[in-house]
Write a protein that binds this ligand. Structure first.
Ligand code: FE2
Length: 317
């Protein structure tokens, strides 16, 4: 993870004025790592296929976490949402799954998938947090306590069998809310990162790369020393693409504010420490679920403001 310093906002005017290599264009937004373990994509594919073919197991899985569900299939019926299916887990949600269901799902890849996430988290999270702490100039482990580590595991299935099979919208452009995310891919291209110095310029990431990108919480806590990377996923009609994403965020009760002395001009709410990570996640998550089709707008809720724009208003005032 030595390359983590590349998450800094360091593209100079001189560099951005000349023709850049792909590596230079990506340089300040993301870091590519060589992971100690690859996701069991065969098992992940089996798990998605099993849940689609067995609605009873899918319903039981979602009943374990009725607040939001775990297996999300809005794209089956909504052609305007992100055209993907997801399985969203966390250590907490995992603990809610009944043993009988777990035994049933284990023969369809569930335990292989969970083992992968546990190993990936144990190995990579401490080193990446340490690198980010150096960039941020503050010890981020103080707000990412080991005993309450705020982790989420997501499996994505960019499956051609959605409501709009020819849509190229796998995942709409957005910035993750947390500290950082590790995106593992199955070799299929589709992930794109927005060049931080050139909004609207989307840079394709090789399908076999494992990507670390930072989110809003890292940008705020580091006083903008860490750059949050906007990204999206484009689909190719007829091509199935799988990914596994490990999200790391600060403790839910942590205050979302920059380190003392950071040279920034955030909104008063942020500077005063009025916003908790939990509240921020709730605000952010709502638009996230609209985009993904897992929540419908009710009267007056759709203000037409994109998710990232709403967050910018909150952070920068
Ligand atoms: Fe994301």
């Amino acid at each position: 993870m030595a390359a983590a310093v590349a998450l800094q906002r360091t593209i100079s005017a001189a560099v951005s004025a000349k023709a850049l290599t792909t590596s230079e264009r990506l340089g300040s937004a993301v870091v590519l790592i060589r992971p100690v373990i690859q996701p069991p994509f065969c098992a992940i594919r089996r798990l998605f296929d099993h849940l689609h073919a067995n609605p009873n197991d899918a319903a039981s899985l979602n009943a374990a976490y009725p607040k939001r569900g775990i297996f999300k299939t809005a794209a089956m019926v909504n052609k305007f949402s992100d055209q993907k299916f997801t399985i969203d887990l966390s250590p907490t949600r995992d603990s809610l799954i009944p043993q009988a269901l777990r035994v049933s799902l284990n023969s369809h890849g569930f335990d292989d998938m969970l083992s992968f996430f546990r190993i990936a988290a144990d190995t990579h999270v401490p080193t990446i947090l340490s690198s980010l702490s150096q960039i941020a100039g503050t010890d981020l482990t103080l707000s990412h306590r080991q005993q309450s580590l705020n982790l989420n595991f997501r499996l994505c299935d960019y499956n051609p069998g959605t409501a709009d099979p020819v849509s190229s919208n796998g995942c709409g452009e957005h910035t993750d809310y947390g500290t950082f995310s590790i995106i593992f891919q199955d070799g299929t291209p589709g992930l794109e990162i927005e060049a931080p110095y050139a909004p609207g310029t989307w840079i394709p990431i090789p399908g076999d790369a494992t990507v670390v990108l930072a989110g809003w919480c890292a940008l705020i806590m580091s006083g903008r020393r860490i750059c949050a990377a906007r990204h999206r996923v484009r689909r190719v009609p007829g091509v199935r693409r799988l990914s596994a994403v490990l999200f790391v965020a600060p403790d839910l009760d942590a205050k979302l504010k920059p380190t003392a002395g950071a040279p920034v001009n955030f909104s008063q709410k942020i500077m005063d420490g009025d916003i908790s990570v939990e509240w921020f996640k709730e605000v952010m998550g709502k638009k996230w679920r609209y985009r993904e089709g897992n929540l419908e707008f009710v009267g007056g809720e759709d203000d037409g403001v994109a998710q990232d724009d709403e967050i910018k208003r909150l952070i920068f005032g």
